[in-house]
Write a protein that binds this ligand. Structure first.
Ligand code: TXA
Ligand code: MG
Length: 329
């Protein structure tokens, strides 16, 4: 399989959409933007192409993939959608909500997509990913377009830098609007479980369903993205910093940014959490690329999407610490 890693702007002169569709049909990997983060995409029914996703990411085969659909009708071909799930779909699709639902029999999906689970994670995203699924008339399997365990990509250039040589095409549609991965909710037997916090908050889910989503009972492999060490930069990450040391790069937030450090970026000078989510991964990558020895992060309020931001930061800090131990051992 030839992988040219061609970066194509969606609004450019070349028919980027047509080329991406042809590449997917040919079983190749394509970097595709969504409103949350960029996806590392392939036809979900093509077993070889799906295997190539796992290989490109270095993703363990027990970690299932999200499939992206063009609408609820396409989702209904693969999963059983009960009333509770219908309510969530009506309220939040297209959007940053992934639903884990009971898998139907004989779906034609590549078995590796679900990693042997009796459930499937489905999402109807906004924009070109859904348009491509519609044109393909099949779901598109796509994890976040980053090497397993590292920071997700929110620009096409991030995807090129990390995975460019392993992909046929990366579609460039500018930076992702939300900037954090989708919220994942499992709907099972009239029960809701929040497997991953994200762009859509638990409060919003409760407003629509009248039910508070439960926390997962075990930290087992319900959603391996919930593994504690994830989303990690290569430098150590120090959370809730009130002052930066001389050799630290600062990730600040709000109108009273922490002082010190050798360099700093402010996630949102006005203290807007949506803006902070949008900037989070790009700023972490930028600070990771500096000469600083560590990244010190100012406290960020844990309300609304701030909970998902804090969740990712905690995992980034844990992941960075583990990478460091590995490198030292
Ligand atoms: O915003 C997003 O969700 C992005 C964009 C590309 O859609 N995708 C994304 O995919 O974040 P990924 O693979 O990085 O994270 C998907 C998470 C993983 O933690 C995986 O373990 C979990 O979803 N997952 C997938 N299928 C599942 C299932 N059947 N049951 C429980 N968790 C599942
Ligand atoms: Mg991911």
């Amino acid at each position: 399989m030839t992988n040219d890693g061609r970066l194509l702007r969606l609004d450019g002169n070349i028919d980027a959409f047509g080329e991406a569709l042809a590449a997917l049909k040919a079983g190749k990997l394509v970097g595709i933007p969504t409103e949350t983060v960029y996806g590392l995409a392939a036809d979900a029914c093509d077993a070889k192409a799906v295997a190539a996703i796992f290989a490109a990411k270095g993703r363990p085969d027990f970690n299932p993939l999200i499939v992206h659909v063009s609408d609820a009708a396409m989702a209904n071909r693969y999963v059983k959608i009960a009333l509770l799930a219908e309510k969530l779909i009506a309220a939040f699709w297209p959007g940053a909500l992934t639903l884990v639902l009971p898998l139907r029999d004989c779906t034609g999906l590549a078995p590796a997509v679900t990693a042997g689970l009796p459930t499937l994670a489905v999402r109807h995203p906004k924009g070109v990913m859904a348009d491509l699924a519609k044109a393909l008339d099949r779901p598109i399997a796509a994890p976040s377009a980053n090497t397993s365990g590292r920071i997700s990509a929110t620009t096409a250039q991030h995807v090129m830098d990390d995975l460019g040589k392993k992909l046929a095409i990366v579609l460039d549609n500018g930076p992702c609007a939300v900037g954090l991965e989708s919220t994942i909710v499992k709907v099972d037997d009239g029960k809701l479980t929040l497997l991953r916090e994200g762009g859509i908050t638990a409060e919003q889910i409760e407003q629509v369903t009248g039910m508070k989503p439960a926390k997962p009972e075990t930290r087992a492999i319900e959603a391996p993205g919930m593994l504690l060490a994830h989303y990690a930069p290569s430098k150590p990450v120090r959370l809730n910093a009130t002052q930066g040391a001389e050799d630290e790069a600062l990730l600040a937030f709000g109108s009273q940014p922490i002082a010190g450090g050798c360099t700093s970026l402010n996630l949102s000078k006005s203290g807007n959490l949506e803006e902070a989510a949008h900037n989070l991964y790009a700023f972490m990558k930028a600070l990771d690329a500096t000469d600083a020895h560590a990244i010190a992060v100012q406290a960020i309020p844990g309300t609304g999407i701030g909970r998902a931001i804090n969740d990712r930061l905690k995992r980034a800090a844990t992941g960075a610490a583990e990478n460091h131990e590995k490198a030292a051992s």
